[in-house]
Write a new protein. Structure first.
Lengths: 106, 123
């Protein structure tokens, strides 16, 4: 089975900051990685698929990059409404979610 | 507009079998590349994928839970049913129904989610 390591587990940043979250797979998964946002008490929302494809309606301050084993999710300028937990998810033989990154405002 | 709604019991006893139903609209499970999946989330913990069923009735299960899970579809009713046997308190979680799309050989995604259904396992 392919294992995912997502880091950090939590992050505190100020409004306007650039925020970066990483996911690392222990095998080459090409670009088979998605990113989700989950606000408290809500269902997750797909933000980015195929490592870097922004879903329709998602603000352009969100971005994703990477391929192979190392992936990055970024928010270029943190907004108050971005407070959430973010998950990466790979798909190989079956889907696997990362452990999540809880993002807070400093 | 695509919607998915989970329904089922909110409280089950240990060792019981739980049946959850996902009723969806706005898409067809007869469409090539489309699937419906179940994902759960224990309180305060991460998301865990459970199972998927596809337009061609192909099914995938989490290896760690496969012996306890069964997924079926009724395309005439736009419903997918999950059964999970031998429930334990550690199975207490919010269970989400999701649409899954295979867009290309390199892109697959859970692109629409239900609001989730909390199932508590307690005697």
């Amino acid at each position: 089975d392919i294992q995912m390591t997502q880091s950090p587990s939590s992050l505190s940043a100020s409004v306007g900051d650039r925020v970066t979250i990483t996911c690392q797979a222990n095998q080459d998964i090409s670009k088979s990685l998605n990113w989700y946002q989950q606000k408290p008490g809500k269902a997750p929302r797909l933000l980015i698929s195929g490592a870097s494809i922004l879903e329709t309606g998602v603000p352009s301050r969100f971005s994703g990059s990477g391929s192979g084993t190392d992936f990055t999710f970024s928010i270029s300028s943190l907004q108050p409404e971005d407070i959430a937990t973010y998950y990466c998810q790979l798909y190989d033989n079956f889907p696997t979610f990362g452990q999540g990154t809880r993002l807070e405002i400093k | 507009q695509i919607t998915l709604n989970e329904s089922g019991p909110t409280l089950v006893k240990p060792t019981q079998t739980v049946t959850l139903t996902c009723t969806f609209s706005g898409f067809s499970l007869n469409t090539h590349g489309v699937g419906v999946g179940w994902i759960r989330q224990p309180p305060g913990k991460a998301l865990e994928w459970l199972t998927l069923i596809f337009w061609d009735d192909h099914k995938r299960y989490s290896p760690s839970l496969e012996s306890r899970l069964a997924i079926t579809k009724d395309t005439s009713k736009n419903q997918v049913v999950l059964t999970m046997s031998n429930m334990d308190p550690v199975d207490t979680a919010t269970y989400y129904c999701t649409r899954y799309r295979i867009v290309s050989s390199s892109t697959e995604k859970f692109d629409h989610w239900g609001q989730g259904s909390l199932v508590t396992v307690s005697s």
